[in-house]
Design a protein around this ligand. Structure first.
Ligand SMILES: [Zn+2]
Ligand SMILES: [Zn+2]
Length: 324
């Protein structure tokens, strides 16, 4: 049983819960304020220690403090996510059932994009059909007949969708990307990590995280995807050839603003209780959001209880090794 958290730990948790996912700089600045440690390796060590301790406590209530990258700009964010699968726990009472179904439809449309653009147009988002999100609710009278659509779904009008879209962007479940399209919000990158893995969202060859917004290999027969920030980091090393790590095809590095090239370290990594391996998605059949979620919870809870007494830091390296 870990020692109780101090007011300092609580301040950090509270900041993430009340202000939503925070950019790394902002989160670290709060950390510096509460601990009085402003720089140095000692600070990094203390930071990791704090996160490990917080996660040890949060795991009892199936919450987890995580870091992720915003795949549109490569910035790291910290947030607390809820590992309980039911929608009410994740979204609170703020969102209605059709609003949540609408959100899931948008997420599925974005991650299914074969070109990994990481976004869909506003019009495509508004045209998402909610009846596709009704799983297993069939009318027993008409076997194989049309799925029964709840009235709340049928009555979910275009203006309801527009309103939901606005709220989802505001709450960072979705985001509005520069060209006016709809992308995944930071909250989704944090929250859906396991879901990406249990579905067929191809992973980035460098960091092994889902490549939702990514660059594709020029060779159409090759499935390699790289995040822009990962490929820039990889190809900035002098001895590394600018070719696809899978098939060796020359990889054109897109020229974008200079500041995007900077310090991309390894994938964000938070000391955690959760040692779930980053398995590469190999399952043939696409799972529905709900199915996959249930599975995640099973995995998470068994792993959590098995590792509670043996908290260890999961590094990217160890995750990758165990996945191979
Ligand atoms: Zn990557
Ligand atoms: Zn390739």
């Amino acid at each position: 049983m870990p020692a109780a958290l101090s007011w300092r730990h609580h301040t950090l948790i509270q900041a993430l819960l009340s202000r939503g996912p925070l950019k790394e700089d902002d989160f670290r600045s709060i950390f510096s304020q509460v601990t009085g440690k402003t720089s140095g390796s000692e600070q990094q060590q203390l930071f990791n220690e704090y996160l490990r301790k917080i996660n040890a406590e949060l795991s009892y209530v199936q919450f987890e403090l995580r870091a992720c990258r915003n795949q549109y700009d490569g910035d790291v964010y910290y947030g607390v996510i809820n590992n309980i699968s039911d929608d009410q726990s994740k979204f609170g009472t703020k969102y209605t059932v059709p609003q949540i179904a609408f959100y899931k439809g948008i997420v599925e449309a974005i991650v299914q994009d074969a070109e990994a653009r990481g976004s869909i147009s506003n019009t495509d988002a508004l045209n998402i059909r909610l009846d596709m999100q009704v799983h297993g609710v069939t009318d027993p009278q008409s076997q194989g007949g049309p799925t029964h659509i709840p009235p709340a779904f049928k009555n979910f009008s275009m203006s309801h969708k527009e309103k939901a879209l606005e709220q989802l962007v505001k709450d960072q479940w979705l985001c509005s990307v520069p060209d006016g399209k709809i992308g995944l919000g930071v909250r989704s990158f944090l929250d859906l990590r396991s879901w990406f893995r249990t579905n067929e969202v191809p992973a980035c060859e460098v960091c092994n995280e889902a490549a939702v917004k990514a660059q594709l290999c020029q060779n159409e027969a090759c499935n390699i995807r790289l995040h822009l920030y990962c490929l820039k980091k990889k190809f900035s090393q002098k001895k590394v050839q600018r070719v696809c790590p899978g098939c060796g095809t020359k990889w054109e590095v897109p020229i974008v603003k200079a500041e995007a090239v900077d310090e991309v370290d390894d994938a964000p990594n938070v000391p955690s209780q959760n040692t779930q391996p980053a398995e590469h998605p190999v399952k043939k059949r696409r799972k529905s959001y709900r199915e996959a979620d249930d599975e995640i919870v099973k995995n998470d809870s068994s792993l959590t209880s098995a590792t509670l007494s043996n908290a260890k830091r999961v590094t990217r390296r160890s995750v990758r090794l165990s996945a191979n």
